[in-house]
Design a protein around this ligand. Structure first.
Ligand SMILES: [Zn+2]
Length: 415
């Protein structure tokens, strides 16, 4: 199947990863690092060369471009989105991508630091990639497949559509964003300018992956007030808020409802920060579940627990605040069943196997979904993210391009 098209995704990927686009969580500017625009400028140039005449980058570093419709039919405008920045966790300076042709199933020793070995037993997915061409970094940096694999896939897809006018499709909006890794990827996005009604982010891993569910998330602060008194004459009077807070944390459910005891679809409450003095102390939590209604139950449980603990410290009081963080995109996507159904069908038509798993975290796609652009996440092949062991299979990236080509044709036919 992969011989149907002349793929350029490998060659593009190898060039894009050599441009340093690391974002910076401590920066207050937008984008967080100017160097992200180096890749943005190159992409604009290449999009213009492909004939996408409106391709441009705005001041905030977002790249927009349109592939015009070539059909008479009414088709919703589809946005394909990937992020240009790489993780602040590992250096992205001087990335040297290496192609391991016809991967033989052995451990991959990275040449610039022999301590860095991508081991088959730690990366079982590689077992399924024997015979593929695997791209890695050289041992000193991350690779940046997250998310330059997504960028390269969308660029190749655009090139192939431009070269194959017989492939019928509606209008397509291409979007490349900065600063996804520091959680600000959609902060300055101009939805009006984007003008799309549905979207797909290209930022998931294993071939065939389709992610349409993520955690719903709240934060909660539980505060305790003690009873202050001079320690020299405190007998029978002082109630220490730190001890109340410690008793509360100690009373949390053991061996359940915590990140260290849950997986898959299980939710949790997780204390992440504690501050205080003898007079006043507080504990911050994050609450997570795929079912948003459960977050209210978790908050109620913590509140009840705090009330109970305070009873054994006469004079102490407690109070709570809950803040919404983000929501499960499924709540939006259920109202647009075609978005996921066509994606599944496209993966199959491209020759892949559909893999569905819920994301135990938030994504830009989830935020976009609640900003009016329902937006699940599709695979690119990127694996072992945010590490020096990051890798991607060329054949997975090609399958991703092929999937997008099938996907736009399904939307055009509207079956
Ligand atoms: Zn990513």
């Amino acid at each position: 199947m992969s011989n149907l098209y002349q793929y350029s995704v490998e060659e593009r990927f190898l060039r894009y990863v050599q441009i340093d686009t690391q974002s910076d969580p401590f920066s207050e500017s937008f984008p967080s690092t100017e160097k992200q625009k180096d890749l943005g400028r190159l992409l604009v140039e290449e999009l213009l060369d492909l004939g996408l005449a409106d391709a441009h980058m705005d001041d905030n570093g977002y790249v927009y471009a349109t592939i015009s419709s070539n059909t008479e039919r009414e088709v919703p405008v589809i946005c394909f989105c990937a992020h240009m920045d790489t993780s602040p966790d590992v250096s992205g300076t001087g990335v040297k991508p290496l192609v391991h042709r016809n991967y033989d199933g052995g451990d991959i020793v990275l040449p610039d630091d022999h301590q860095q070995v991508i081991r088959l037993n730690e990366h079982p997915y590689l077992q399924q990639k024997i015979g593929d061409d695997i791209i890695t970094a050289s041992g000193l940096t991350l690779l940046g497949a997250d998310d330059k694999a997504g960028v390269a896939v969308i660029m190749d897809f655009a090139k192939i559509l431009q070269a194959h006018p017989e492939i019928k499709h509606g209008a397509i909006r291409i979007l490349f964003t900065p600063d996804e890794e520091v959680g600000r990827g959609v902060d300055k996005l101009d939805m009006q300018q984007l003008g799309a009604s549905i979207g797909y982010t290209l930022d998931a891993g294993e071939a065939g992956s389709l992610e349409d569910e993520n955690f719903s998330a709240d934060s909660m602060t539980v505060s305790f007030n003690g009873v202050p008194a001079h320690p020299g004459s405190a007998k029978g009077k002082l109630v220490n808020a730190l001890k109340v807070a410690a008793a509360f944390v100690h009373a949390l459910p053991g061996e359940s409802l915590a990140p260290e005891f849950t997986e898959g679809r299980e939710g949790f409450v997780h204390p992440v920060h504690m501050t205080g003095t003898a007079e006043k102390a507080s504990v911050q939590f994050i609450l997570r579940d795929f079912d948003t209604a459960k977050l209210g139950e978790y908050a109620y449980m913590l509140q009840h627990l705090a009330d109970e603990v305070v009873k054994s410290f006469p004079g102490a009081t407690c109070s709570y605040t809950v803040k919404e963080q983000y929501r499960n995109m499924k709540e939006v996507l259920v109202n647009h069943p075609g978005i996921v159904r066509y994606a599944e069908e496209a993966i199959l038509r491209a020759g892949g196997t559909v893999r569905r798993h819920p994301i135990r975290g938030g994504t830009d796609g989830a935020r976009l979904s609640f900003m009016g652009l329902p937006c699940p996440n599709l695979f690119t092949g990127e694996m072992a993210l945010h590490s020096k062991h990051e890798y991607v299979s060329v054949q997975d990236m090609q399958l991703s391009v092929h999937t997008l080509l099938e996907l736009v044709q399904l939307w055009e036919k509207g079956e």
